[in-house]
Design a protein around this ligand. Structure first.
Ligand code: GDP
Length: 478
């Protein structure tokens, strides 16, 4: 296997020009797109103190490929995963808290509930998992990242307030996700409670109670007093049964990150929702763009556990980096592959990020031209006197390499200023200064906007540099 100078530089997180320079000092003449011999690669790597490992071939960097279906015979019933949404102040947090307080500790004496972003309760011998981040922001963020974790949406509507803007938003989010909706008509203890009005208003959104000929479940309750919460839980169990939620506990775990943060003492801490399979301590795992080995697992009662089956939320440590909420995870067969997949996902993410706002520079110019992204090279020209600007512009405009030509988008006499930089930034241009320098503000702006400035004193050098860069034969800088 061979690498070009550019590829090697990328792997070493160095500028290609630096690698070319190094190669030159080691007696190897090379251009940026030249394939390097194995010996040269090893020489450079050793020089940088990096060990050359045979690269593990990773085809399955797409975590989707691990989210496979199981056959009928291998699946079992699993708990439903429920999200509570609704308008602000309608009682989402109160409802989540009172469900937890009334149910979690039953039969689990001594358990100290811990906020890990999700919790489980047991109703009629069946478990229900609640995502403990109320509001549809979390719900939507996860969905936007391709994670569908919710099986049932509870939409809380205060009986004294009725349908409000965020109620409608929540309904639309749940509908877009195609999950069944249960309406919790909250604050029934209040004198002003008017559940009929809530039902009436919701018919506009095709949420019609059974009594009125529809099929939407409405549960009147008081999150504050606890009245009606058991009814709600029973309805959740009922809907779960209708949905026939199944998973295969006997496979490598896959699932989604509910939340994650960096903990001073424990490092990266992530709450994962296992969606299929069983997660075990010691499992090699890829999570989003990071990887690791499950070091310790804690459940929602703050207890250490060794494994976690389908629909179970657990907090894990042992990841190399902090993933994001909504990232997916998959357990792999061995640590080496997990590392390779994780590292290559991180690389891909970095590249995607770079290319999104990748500005042209003389170093990446040829690459951009090759990929057909570049039709012309935009330049902003500044010089000490108007005469030089014109001479320079005339020569540069003649350059044409493989169908790409130079376009001067702005010229001027005087120092490079901030407006030159913002123009260059907006037009993906390089700024050339001939016998002039950038002022302080321009320097700062160029750094912030990642705009390249090239300074010269000899016209011939300007032309040669641009030409070589366009041919991918930029000389290393000494
Ligand atoms: P969220 O913004 O939807 O999470 O709403 P909260 O749970 O923070 O509740 C907003 C306010 O409504 C708080 O002052 C709660 O005490 C109150 N509240 C919530 N549920 C009830 C209820 O069932 N009855 C009454 N009277 N007040 C409630």
């Amino acid at each position: 296997e061979s690498l070009t100078v550019a590829e090697l530089a990328k792997k070493l997180h160095r500028e290609p020009s630096e690698v070319i320079k190094k190669l030159f000092m080691l007696g190897v003449m090379a251009t940026i797109n030249q394939d390097l011999e194995k010996e040269a690669i090893e020489l450079i790597a050793t020089d940088y103190g990096v060990e050359v490992e045979e690269e593990i071939l990773v085809d399955n960097t797409d975590l989707d490929t691990y989210f496979t279906e199981d056959d009928e015979g291998s699946v079992e019933e699993r708990p439903s995963v429920v999200t509570i949404m609704g308008h602000v102040d309608h009682g989402k947090t109160t409802l989540l808290d009172s469900i937890r307080n009334t149910k979690v500790t039953e039969g689990e004496a001594g358990g100290i509930t811990q906020h890990i972003g999700a919790y489980q309760v047991t109703v009629d011998g069946k478990k229900i998992t609640f995502l403990d981040t109320p509001g549809h922001a979390a719900f939507t963020t996860m969905r936007a990242r391709g994670a569908q974790v919710t099986d049932i949406a509870i939409i809380v509507v205060a009986a004294d307030d009725g349908v409000m803007p965020q109620t409608v938003e929540a309904i639309n989010h749940a509908k877009a996700a195609e999950v069944p909706i249960i309406i919790a008509v909250n604050k029934m203890d209040k004198e002003a409670a008017n559940p009929d009005r809530v039902m009436q208003e919701l018919t506009e959104y095709e949420l019609v109670p059974e009594a009125w000929g529809g099929d939407t479940i409405f549960v009147p309750l008081s999150a504050l007093s606890g009245d009606g919460i058991d009814d709600l839980l029973e309805m959740i169990v009922l809907v779960s049964e209708v949905e026939e939620l199944k998973a295969n506990p006997n496979r490598n775990a896959i699932g989604t990150v509910i939340e994650a943060q960096l903990d001073k003492g424990r490092g990266s801490v992530a709450t994962l929702l296992v969606q299929n399979g069983t997660l075990r301590v010691g499992d090699p795992i890829v999570v989003g763009n990071t990887f690791g080995r499950v070091r310790a697992m804690v459940n929602d009662l703050g207890r250490r556990v060794k494994d976690a089956g389908p629909s179970t939320p657990v907090e894990i440590t042992g990841l190399n980096d902090v993933p994001q909420a909504g990232d997916r995870f998959a357990v792999l067969d061995d640590e080496k592959t997990a590392r390779a997949v994780g590292e290559s996902r991180a690389q891909q993410a970095l590249q995607a990020q770079r290319s999104e706002k990748s500005r042209v520079s003389l170093d990446n110019l040829f690459e951009q031209m090759k990929q057909g992204e570049m039709k012309e090279l935009n330049l902003v020209l500044k010089a000490d006197v108007q005469g030089s600007v014109e001479a320079l512009a005339a020569s540069l405009q003649k350059i044409e390499v493989e169908g790409v030509n130079v376009k001067i988008i702005h010229t001027g006499a005087g120092a490079i200023n901030e407006s030159d930089i913002s123009l260059a930034a907006a037009s993906n241009a390089i700024v050339i200064g001939f016998n002039v320098r950038p002022d302080v503000n321009a320097k700062r702006a160029a750094e912030a906007e990642d705009v390249e400035i090239r300074l010269h004193r000899i016209i011939y050098n300007v032309i040669e540099e641009i030409e070589s860069a366009m041919k991918g034969m930029l000389d290393p800088e000494f």
